[in-house]
Ligand binder design. Structure first.
Ligand code: SAM
Length: 356
């Protein structure tokens, strides 16, 4: 079994490196992703597929409770984060194309620098930031490297948190990076007035119903110091989205499970909740560039990867569920591109809000 995992890993790592002419770090990340996938339990894999199907049924109109939605999202991400890491998407978000001569990873860094700048930190090196929905902690790691200060992060999925803690230790930054399991829908497990700023990347507002926004906005306000800011790059509808337009609604239904999101909010609703919590809104604006060109690059890479997966499947070196998941991942990709081109949805809407 171990030999088979290693063989699959080596084949994939070599193919990935050749396809992407990429660094050793990324090849190693792809290999670790494969190893983790190979050692996941059957229940975890089935739960991920069921989670995705749950998200699809939600979009088809099934009435669902937030608790069950959160469970479906966590189950799905537990597997998805490892699959995407194989395709060089260790940070689980599509940034705007800010520099057309650079790839996805470099554009992520540019996006993260812009969000950090909006936090307007007075003393970056003594700052303590909060990363909400921190994924595998790589954005926290980058921001801590830029500021020289501390970053705390929470995420619903223990698998991603385990990975984040491991990476912080490997980088010798465990004293400045603090990760734990946490849920946006519960009170945040931090003392009031702890943070000099908080931020999120496609990780908060896609999981809230309109009537739930106030509770989380109040929690964000509570854990920040006076004068501290929230800055983000988040999936939101644009004001052009019309719930009475059948075409808009059909596109939204098709792409939402692919984004692994449960809700679509307008920026105005999020900003109103932040204002009610006591924030001043400094910026609420569309992304500085489209995400779809980078999404299409990844789609092409995944397509090529699927061919390899199919080949490995035929010689029984890869279980069939991997291809099933890749198939699910691609479903809705075109709908996203169409929605973004029509400017009815934005993956990187920018909000900057300041605590009074
Ligand atoms: C699109 S990913 C972005 C992750 C991270 N910000 C990054 O860029 O790598 C969305 C993240 O939100 C997390 N998430 C979803 N629902 C959550 C919840 N209720 N509480 C905390 N995290 C949640 C998911 O596990 C996932 O890591």
């Amino acid at each position: 079994m171990i030999l088979r995992i290693a063989a699959v890993g080596v084949v994939f790592a070599l193919i990935a490196a050749a396809l992407r002419k990429t660094s050793w770090y990324r090849t190693k990340t792809a290999f670790i992703g494969l190893k983790r996938l190979a050692t996941l339990s059957e229940e975890d894999k089935q739960a991920a597929i069921d989670g995705y199907k749950f998200l699809q049924r939600m979009q088809d109109g099934e009435k669902t409770e937030t608790e069950d939605e959160t469970k479906a999202v966590a189950d799905y991400y537990k597997v998805l984060n490892n699959v995407l890491s194989v395709f060089d998407l260790e940070k689980l978000y599509l940034p705007p194309l800010l520099n057309e001569f650079e790839g996805l990873y470099e554009n992520q860094l540019l996006c993260e620098q812009a969000v950090l700048q909006e936090l307007n930190l007075t003393n970056p090196e003594t700052s303590h930031l909060l990363d909400m929905g921190c994924g595998r902690g790589r954005i926290s790691h980058y921001l801590a490297t830029l500021t020289g200060g501390q970053v705390s992060g929470y995420n619903i999925d223990p698998n991603q948190i385990e990975n984040a803690i491991g990476w912080a230790a490997e980088c010798g930054m465990s004293d400045r990076l603090h990760f734990k399991v946490g849920n946006h829908h519960n009170p945040l497990e931090y003392e009031s007035g702890t943070f000099d700023g908080c931020f999120s990347f496609q990780a908060v507002w896609p999981f809230f119903k309109k009537e739930e926004l106030d509770d989380h906005a109040r929690e964000m306000y509570r854990v920040l110091k006076p004068g501290a800011r929230y800055s983000c790059s988040e999936y939101l509808l644009t004001p052009h989205f019309d719930w009475n337009n059948e075409e808009h609604v059909t596109l939204q239904k098709a792409y939402l499970p692919t984004l692994a999101a449960t809700q679509s909010m307008y920026p105005a609703d999020v900003c109103a909740a932040l204002e009610r919590a006591g924030f001043n809104i400094l910026i609420s604006a569309p992304s500085r560039g489209p995400a779809w060109p980078l999404g299409e690059q990844k789609r092409d890479l995944i397509l090529r990867g699927r061919k390899v997966v199919r080949g490995l499947e035929s010689i029984r070196m890869m279980p069939p569920w991997v291809e099933e998941l890749l198939e699910l991942l691609q479903t809705g990709g075109q709908a996203w591109t169409d929605a973004e081109k029509a400017k009815i949805a934005d993956l990187n809407w920018r909000i900057v809000a300041e605590k009074e």
